[in-house]
Write a protein that binds this ligand. Structure first.
Ligand code: GLN
Ligand code: ZN
Length: 769
């Protein structure tokens, strides 16, 4: 019979149990034993769900105290010297120190780097390899959990990130070091691990090689061949697992590696089915990932079956049915949602529901559609209801999107002309100073929002209290002598959620948490329908702020791409159709801001780069559409309106031209942590508009002196003409407190003054100092 399996289940527990347990352990409130009991409870619950759904394997190795890549590093003995104990023994606290620099036992040290897992919002701990790295099995966790699952009397499938992807994701301190030189040694320890699993009675191991959906240099492709030829063990089957995209030019390679099975993601890469079947050797299992692990929509069972049936006819039992990727990226269980309306709830499936969908599909293949008649009928009904729902389809929105003209995505005049007009109007000094938007989210602010949400504050009192916070922020900025002020975002809990709650077409779950990193989870909004804006969203707060000062106050919006990237997006239309709708709503908001007297408006796009496709061949298309959406939002304004944007990451050399295409009058970016390294992008590319490279790393409790900020800007001056430069922090200040914020901004304003003195060329400029 066609096997049903999953590529991993969320580890956070139904009520973010792992988070609470971890945080208590880190604070010293519970001991290791209690923490471990909690982990065991979560694993047991997850396996019970898989048994109940009738999966053919229980997944092991998907549970992690922090991150599965870090688990693998400790399994392989990749523990950098700074984490070693006196006794040189590995323990759980060593693991936590690697993850976060600190644990109940052991000395504090700086943590390993963390970065995004492919194109997801999950973050992994980057393995740190030395040039002379040795590998040896150091953690017993995987073997222990395998035995734990085996005691349930079911087939168990351990999950292991493969050696080539592991190396690819690792970093070395040595600059030009060829990581592939370590492959031989790494292969040997993988062989030890696989041998031990086999000796524990394991028949199938899922070995993940997600980098196979990316552009691979030929030496890396060759490394696959060599390694997998050596990872063969009698009586042990490997399921080579790929996800997040289409194998494309690596398809033949992946099919021909000597593994017993191959898994492909046909949600992200539906077209690969056409050619995979041709390359697949006659004895290989093909696991088809058809239940979406990255989104929350219910699977259209009938449609999935129409894809699977011809494959089943050809492959018979060699066809397995699976989730597209690990269910780690889905919330745990829809049953926990009690407030979603019935229609929407009926169109969703979280990880627990997805387990059942997988089993249902495999059952239908083996026994015919009649075996899942009830489920098929429910799936059909949900699809029909969704297609016909008046809440999802809004003809006015669709019409507006169809009527977007090229004209609407262009500013009236070129930047140089706009700059003149704006300069005459705002009369900003050389090196103007500003901040990125948010000010410290004090306990007081949080409680105001909380009380309003709980109904303890009525609308008027809420507005009054937020006004008080805005007034405080404006007063502080005036005292500090900043040039372009902000209202401080006291009314916002989160930059996407705030807008999602005010737009039509968005829904919020109560418990739809997904792990972001370690104990941190996010609850992305669900964009289920056409997006529209019933009312202005930000004018009240911003206009109030402007009424308190003659200095310009900058309006603050979250851009269309960031809202898209940080939400669960509907799958019944192309993603960019949704982004366009958001952009149109933002365009209206921009106009309302102007009408209420705001003439400088920032549209944040911190997720602009994150949305880049995994393969470079699709970058152009993505960037073109992303730029287009940004411009829909930002270009419907007169020349005197100054559009800012903000991005926070330090690698944009390869997309600098697209960023210039946004044609924002000013961009502020994160640069201080990389010591202005990123400005190298400007060496060869003359960025045309104004730019504020951040001079204060807001992620660090350390406050730079004015001199340090001056020297950072002097580095920037090597690449960017002084007349284009702004002075600002790296990002919003909401995570800092007022005491440090005020010192940092005081230094920032002094640095600007210092620079003006030094660089003012004409009299009029020096007078403005
Ligand atoms: N305006 C937002 C803030 O200051 C920007 C946040 C971000 O870039 N992530 O908080
Ligand atoms: Zn930022």
């Amino acid at each position: 019979m066609t096997k049903a399996h999953n590529l991993g289940f969320p580890r956070i527990g139904l009520n973010r149990d792992l988070k609470w347990a971890l945080e208590r352990y880190w604070k010293g409130e519970i001991d290791q034993r209690t923490l471990e009991d909690e982990g065991q409870r979560i694993r047991a619950a997850n396996w019970a769900l898989q048994i109940e759904a009738g999966h053919d394997f229980l997944s092991v190795g998907d549970f992690s105290w922090y991150d599965q890549v870090l688990d693998l590093s400790t399994l392989l003995g990749v523990i950098p010297a700074r984490f070693k104990n006196v006794t040189d023994e590995y323990d759980l606290d060593t693991y936590f120190r690697m993850a976060r620099g600190r644990a109940p036992r052991g000395t504090d040290t700086y943590a390993c780097e963390m970065t995004k897992w492919f194109d997801t919002n999950y973050h992994y701990i980057v393995p740190e390899l030395a040039a002379n790295q040795n590998f040896k099995i150091t953690s017993e966790k995987l073997f222990f959990e395998t035995a734990e699952a085996q005691r349930l009397g079911k087939n168990v499938k351990p999950i292991l990130l493969g050696p080539i992807s592991y190396l690819w994701l690792a970093k070395t301190k040595e600059y030009h070091f060829d990581k592939l030189l370590l492959l031989k040694k790494l292969q040997a320890v993988y062989l030890d691990i696989l041998t031990r699993l086999r000796d524990q009675g394991i028949e199938w191991v899922q070995i993940d090689e997600p980098i196979l959906v990316m552009d691979l240099p030929s030496d890396w492709q060759a490394a696959f061949k060599e390694t997998y030829a050596n990872l063969k063990l009698p009586k042990l089957n490997l399921l080579l697992t790929t996800y997040f995209g289409d194998l494309e030019d690596n398809a033949e390679l992946a099919c021909q590696l000597p593994t017993a099975g191959l898994h492909i993601d046909v949600v992200r890469g539906p077209l690969q089915l056409d050619y995979i079947a041709a390359y697949l050797p006659n004895d290989k299992v093909l696991s088809v990932g058809i239940v979406d692990g990255r989104n929350i929509w219910r699977t259209d069972l009938r449609r999935a079956l129409s894809t699977l049936k011809p494959l089943h006819a050809k492959l018979g039992e060699r066809l397995w049915v699976a989730s597209s990727c690990s269910l780690l990226h889905s919330p745990v269980d829809l049953c926990a949602e009690t407030k979603l309306d019935a229609e929407l709830k009926n169109s969703l499936a979280f990880a627990t529901q997805k387990l059942h969908e997988i089993s249902e599909l495999s059952r239908a293949l083996a026994q015919g559609d009649a075996a899942i008649a009830k489920e098929l009928a429910a799936s059909d009904a949900a699809r029909l209801a969704r297609n016909a729902s008046p809440r999802i389809h809004n003809p006015d929105v669709q019409k507006r999107c169809q009527n977007i003209t090229d004209e609407m995505t262009k500013r009236h005049s070129v930047y140089a002309k706009r700059k003149q007009i704006q300069q005459a109007l705002y009369d900003l000094p050389l090196f103007p100073t500003t901040t990125i938007g948010s000010f410290p989210q004090t306990p007081e602010i949080r409680s105001i929002r909380q009380n309003y949400k709980l109904g303890k504050l009525d609308k008027e009192s809420y507005a009054e209290q937020i006004h008080k916070q805005i007034k405080n922020a404006i007063q502080k900025q005036i005292n500090l002598g900043l040039d372009v002020l902000v209202h401080g975002e006291a009314e916002r809990n989160d930059m996407v959620e705030y807008f999602g709650e005010l737009l039509e077409g968005f829904a919020f779950t109560q418990n739809g948490w997904v792990q972001s990193y370690g104990s941190r989870c996010v609850k992305p909004p669900v964009i289920y329908g056409d997006v529209s804006r019933p009312h202005a969203m930000t004018t009240e707060w911003t206009a109030y702020a402007q009424s308190l000062t003659d200095k310009p106050v900058k309006g603050m919006l979250t851009g269309p791409i960031t809202i898209l990237c940080w939400s669960f997006v509907r799958d019944d239309q192309p993603r960019f159709e949704t982004a366009k709708q958001i952009a149109v709503a933002l365009r209206d908001e921009v106009n309302d801001l102007i009408r209420s007297g705001i003439h400088i408006i920032q549209i944040d796009e911190p997720a602009f780069r994150e949305g880049l496709p995994l393969r470079q061949e699709y970058w152009f298309d993505y960037l073109q559409q992303a730029v287009y959406c940004f411009r829909i939002a930002s270009c419907g304004v007169p020349d005197h309106v100054q559009i800012h944007t903000h991005m926070c990451y330090s690698e944009f050399n390869d997309i600098i031209e697209a960023i210039a295409e946004l044609d924002a009058d000013v961009i502020t970016i994160e640069t201080s942590r990389s010591d202005m390294e990123l400005l190298k992008a400007f060496e060869n590319y003359k960025y045309p508009n104004d730019i504020g490279p951040g001079v204060y790393d807001i992620h660090s409790p350390r406050i730079p002196t004015a001199d340090e900020m001056v020297s950072l800007i002097e580095k920037a001056i090597k690449y960017i003409p002084i007349k284009q430069l702004w002075i600002n922090p790296d990002c919003g200040l909401k995570t800092r407190d007022w005491a440090e914020t005020e010192i940092a901004l005081k230094n920032l304003v002094s640095a600007a003054k210092e620079l003006r003195k030094k660089y003012a060329t004409s009299r009029s400029e020096s007078e403005k100092v």
